[in-house]
Design a binder for this molecule. Sequence first.
Ligand code: FE
Ligand code: FE
Length: 257
Amino acid sequence: MNTSLRVYETDTPQHKLYSDMHRNQTLDYVLDKKEKYSSLNNKKMYMKDALAALDTFVDPSDPDLDEENSIHAYQTAERIRRIHPLNKELQLVGLIHDLGKVLFTFGEPDWAVVGDTYVVGCDFPKSIVYYETMKENSDFDKYDKNGIYSEKCGLENLNISFGHDEYLYQVLKQNEGKHKISKPNLDVIRYHSFYPWHTSGEYKQFMRDGDQVILKNVNYFNNFDLYSKEDSPDISDEIKEYYSQILDEYFPEILQW
Ligand code: FE
Ligand code: FE
């Protein structure tokens, strides 16, 4: 793995994004956003339409990426296909994992869509990227280590800063029966940006039976969710056609977003 990936400096677009996020994403803010998107009444579209919507979108949170997000989608899927040629579902998870970024088209600011996530309602661990800017959060110093949660409460009971992970998870969960993505993969999507937890080892006290498996799956998936400059940005028509077919197979119906 390229160790120069994910290097964060100040005075960059990433610093600005995280400082906005850390100032604004408080417990109250997250509860409001979750409530707002708990009923999906924004639009109806196929998963394919969401992929097309990201054709023109470049993620401002990633210091390594200067390509449209749909290229990242195909590249992630292709990296999975090389190792798991028969696992179409996992390939598709690679393809769709970031499609919650369509939140942009609903007018959400970048700091409510992308970037590493953290738990609100408890102490902010120092491993959070650009931790210094957490001090501008009105919840800073308000909660102790466990805050409003109890030990072993389970990952699913944590309120995590809002963004494309939680949103796409809600879309898939609430459109249950209209697609063929299994529960373990929904969790991979839900927690893929939760770096303080999956990479820095924070929040372990909240994990309960079953959460260890989620951690293992998320970390496995994240090996493929890289922005490798070695991968060609030219996605061939054959590749697009291959994924178009599995999209039809796994997402045959129009979805509520
Ligand atoms: Fe992502
Ligand atoms: Fe990604």
